[in-house]
Every structure is written in structure tokens, then in C-alpha cells.
Ligand binder design. Structure first.
Ligand SMILES: [Zn+2]
Length: 484
């Protein structure tokens, strides 16, 4: 049978460095993570992409939901307009992007919002669930889709009208208890990014201008993409008591008096998959962090001569013995090994195992790492241990490469000229900031779009630090960057 040739066009046709938006779209499409839907602004998440989301969900349910005493639940997609408008600041903030179902369709006295987030419908319910301090803390998480009616061009995983996420919504007796937990959730998000996705992030608070609508404090994890744009990977919000007031949530305290509780909400979305693709992938295609790879190994038999029998038999045995890594055995006979190597590299399988007649004789296989192409002969007797080690090594080196990039991309600046240069150079600028919204707007204006991404938890402004824009004493250190 004629073999299909190693075909360049099958792969990614632009370089990451030359045209990142086009490269990104090609990686998502050609590695079969996702595709554009026939409905404008929407995306189809294919099984390979959805498997990454499920790995994130598994980790999250174990290490965040269960570990913090939270329960998963589900609330309706539609929210009555009267609920939506109860908390004025929240309603105002979401106004431009809510999709409404008109009264003609609802056949009711009011319109319905398609949820852009679920605070309002959940808190209406909470007002009936919460009676006593014994009902607190109440911790609920919901996995669902939300709709934000974007008018900008769709970017797979990064910007679409409908996306998948989780939203946690908790209620507490005390302000301190609420704040501590809000911070611990953002720290857990940081852990998820590092330990599961090999993505380092800067953790901290948002400025007033960038806060969630209706929140008194928003905490964020920000990562930096290879094109110098920051990507918000998750947020948690201290909501104070405003929603409790608006929705009539109160509880009878230990003192037998009625009290308003304190609330938070926290979320991360399928956007994280976009962060994974941009951070780790290369000119050959997708590189997936091993812990979220559905198939951690692909086995490619190397057939030499006319009798493939022995090699195929050994390869099938190998597949069986490596079951725990969910291996793919690529025994398609119409493709050459070289074509298969390219194909699986593009699809981002972490380890490739090659097995040919000589390997069988030597009781070994060749193992190749996707991230750095490192190739080594491994004795069959050592293979299982070595696979575990190599997957660990791969995770560590992906994380350190991303950490190195992040560290090298943060530039300390003292005045606007330096800040503008840093943004031009695709860096994240670290600057003193007076915290006035006017200065923030001027900075955005003068840099052509850089915004205050995060006030890092771990860095405090010194007495002689000045605002990068107005020169007044700095209240905070802020990282500025363009963003997704
Ligand atoms: Zn200022």
C-alpha cells in the first residue's frame, strides 16, 4: 500500500513568534481542541479540548470543592429582570453584555436575563435557605455555562459569547471569615495553575476600576502570555453585605439577634485552556501539561521490511501494560512513522514511545518528550518508573520555562516614558501607583490600552515610591500590561 508522505501543510504553517493570533487559532483547530460554531460568537469544544476541561474539573472538585467543605449544585440559566436589578452596581456593570429574552417570548410580566453570572438568582434562593448561624458558612459551587454578549471577534477559549466556568458562592457570619476565605480561594487558583497547568501567575488585588461589579474587593491571578498580554486566569470577590441587603439574606446569630451575613464569589473558566495553549505550545503545535493530557503516551511501531507481525504484537502488548497512562497505539499502516511523529506532536501527546525490531531485540524502547524533543532509550524493565519520572520532569521544566519568562518580563519603571517603553516591548510594567482612577485612565490612554492588572499581595509600596503618572506618593505597587 502507498504511504502518505510527510506533508508540511498538515502542520502549523506560521511561527508563534511571527503571528501569534494566527498561530494560536491554528494550534486550537489543528490539534482538534475546538472549532468555530455555525452560531456567531460561539465555539465547539471538541473531545480533546473537553478532556482538558474535565481534568481541571477533577482537580478542582477534589482540591477546592471538597477540600473547603463546598458542595456542587445547579441553578437556572434564566434570571428574572427584577432579580438582576436588585443590586444596582452589579446590574449597571453587566448591563452592556446581558442577553435578554423579551416579554413576548417569556409570556410573563418581565424579561429574563440569560445568566452572565449567577449571584442574583443564587442569593434570592439563599435568602430562603439561611435562617440561623448554624446554616453558615454556606458554600456552594456551580459548574455551568454563562453568556456575555461580546461584540468583538471570537477567539477560541479566550473570547466567546458563551463559555463554561465554575462559580463559587459562599456566605459567612463574619467579615474576617469571609475575607480570609476569599483570599484562600484565589491562592487555591494559583495552586491549580502551577501544579496542574504549569502556569505561574501573579496573585493580588484589582484596582477599584477593574473590580467586579458589586464587589468591594476583587482578587485575581494574572499570567503573562508570550505576546506580552496579561491573561486573567481566575478571580475571587469580597462582596461585603450589599447583596445580602438587596436580597434580604439574614441570619439569627448566637446572640439571638438578626444579622446580615458576609459573602464572596469566585470563578474560573475555559479561558484557562487558552492560557495553556499559548503558554506552552510551539511551532510544531500543541504542548499539553502532562497532568491534564488525556493520553499521556502514544506508541508508534517502527515497521522495517515486509513482516510487521512481531513489532505490532509487541506494540499491542506495550499498550496493554501501559494502560494507566491511557496510551494511543498508532498502528495505521497508510502513514509513515515520520508522518505519525508530526501528527502526534501537533496534537500534543506528552510522550512518544517508538518500538522497532532492534528495540525488541535489545529489550528497550525509545521515549521522546514532546516539550523539548529529548529522546532516550529505556529498558522495558524500567519503563513504567521512567514514564512517571519523565512526566514529572516535563511538568517541572514547563513550569520553570514559564516562570523564567514571567520573571524576565516584569520591568520596574518610575515614570511614564519607562512604562510606555515597557508596554511597547511587550513587558509587564511594575510601577508605583497613587490609586486614582484618573491616573489609571490616563495610563491606559497614553500606552494605547495597558491597564492595571494586579496589585501584588507580596509587594508593598515603600515610603519614597511615587505614582508613575502623577508623582504623588504611591499607595500600591501595580503591574500594568495589555490584556486579553
Ligand atoms: Zn497618580
Amino acid at each position: 500500500m502507498a504511504k502518505v508522505n510527510d506533508n508540511e501543510d498538515m502542520g502549523i504553517t506560521v511561527k508563534k513568534q511571527d503571528d501569534m493570533p494566527e498561530w494560536y487559532a491554528q494550534v486550537c483547530l489543528k490539534s482538534e481542541l475546538a472549532e468555530y460554531a455555525p452560531v456567531k460568537g460561539c465555539m465547539i469544544i471538541r473531545p480533546r479540548g473537553y478532556a482538558i476541561w474535565q481534568s481541571i474539573q477533577d482537580w478542582f472538585n477534589k482540591n477546592i470543592v471538597q477540600a473547603t467543605g463546598c458542595k456542587n449544585a445547579y441553578f437556572p440559566l434564566f434570571i428574572p429582570e427584577s432579580f438582576f436589578k436588585k443590586e444596582a452596581e452589579h446590574a449597571e456593570g453587566f448591563k452592556p453584555e446581558v442577553a435578554w429574552i423579551d416579554k413576548e417570548i417569556t409570556k410573563d410580566s418581565e424579561r429574563l436575563a440569560v445568566r452572565p453570572t449567577s449571584e442574583t438568582i443564587m442569593y434570592d434562593t439563599y435568602s430562603r435557605w439561611i435562617r440561623s448561624h448554624r446554616d453558615l458558612p454556606l458554600k456552594i459551587n456551580q459548574w455551568c455555562n454563562v453568556v456575555r454578549w461580546e461584540t468583538q471577534a471570537t477567539k477560541l477559549f479566550l473570547r466567546s459569547r458563551e463559555f463554561l466556568w465554575q462559580e463559587g458562592h459562599c456566605v459567612y457570619e463574619t467579615e474576617d471569615g469571609c475575607r480570609d476565605d476569599t483570599i484562600s480561594y484565589i491562592r487555591l487558583y494559583e495552586k491549580l495553575c502551577r501544579e496542574l497547568l504549569a502556569i505561574p501567575v501573579v496573585v493580588g488585588a484589582k484596582t477599584a476600576k477593574e473590580r467586579f461589579a458589586g464587589a468591594r474587593e476583587t482578587y485575581t491571578i494574572e499570567s503573562l502570555m508570550p505576546d506580552g498580554k496579561a491573561l486573567q486566569c481566575g478571580t475571587s470577590h469580597e462582596l461585603g453585605q450589599e447583596f445580602a441587603k438587596a436580597f434580604g439574606i439574614s441570619y439569627r446569630g448566637r446572640d439571638e439577634e438578626n444579622h446580615l451575613p458576609w459573602q464572596n464569589s469566585w470563578g474560573l473558566s475555559t479561558r484557562l485552556i487558552g492560557a495553556v495553549v499559548m503558554t506552552h505550545s510551539d511551532d510544531k503545535g500543541l504542548v499539553i501539561p502532562p497532568k491534564v493530557a488525556e493520553n499521556k503516551v502514544v506508541i508508534v511501531p517502527i515497521i522495517v521490511g515486509k513482516d510487521p507481525g512481531l513489532v505490532l504484537k509487541k506494540a499491542a502488548e506495550l499498550k496493554e501494560s501501559l494502560k494507566q497512562w491511557n496510551p494511543i497505539l498508532d498502528d495505521r499502516d497508510e502513514y509513515t512513522p515520520g508522518w505519525k511523529f508530526n501528527d502526534w506532536e501537533m496534537k500534543g501527546i506528552p510522550l512518544r514511545i517508538e518500538i522497532g525490531p532492534r528495540d525488541i531485540k535489545d529489550e528497550q524502547v525509545m521515549v521522546v518528550r514532546r516539550d523539548n524533543s529529548d529522546k532516550q532509550a529505556v529498558k522495558l524493565s524500567m519503563l513504567k518508573d521512567r514514564i512517571d519520572e519523565m512526566l514529572e520532569e516535563m511538568h517541572s521544566s514547563m513550569l520553570s520555562a514559564a516562570e523564567k519568562y514571567l520573571k524576565e518580563s516584569i520591568v520596574a519603571v518610575k515614570e511614564m516614558q519607562g512604562l510606555m517603553q515597557a508596554i511597547k516591548d511587550k513587558k509587564m510594567a511594575r510601577a508605583g501607583f497613587c490609586s486614582s482612577t484618573d491616573c489609571e485612565e490616563m495610563i491606559k490612554d497614553q500606552t494605547g490600552g495597558a491597564t492595571a492588572r494586579v496589585i501584588p499581595f507580596d509587594e508593598k509600596a515603600k515610603a519614597d515610591d511615587r505614582c508613575v503618572f502623577c508623582g504623588k506618593p504611591a499607595k500600591h505597587i501595580v503591574y500594568f500590561a495589555r490584556s486579553y
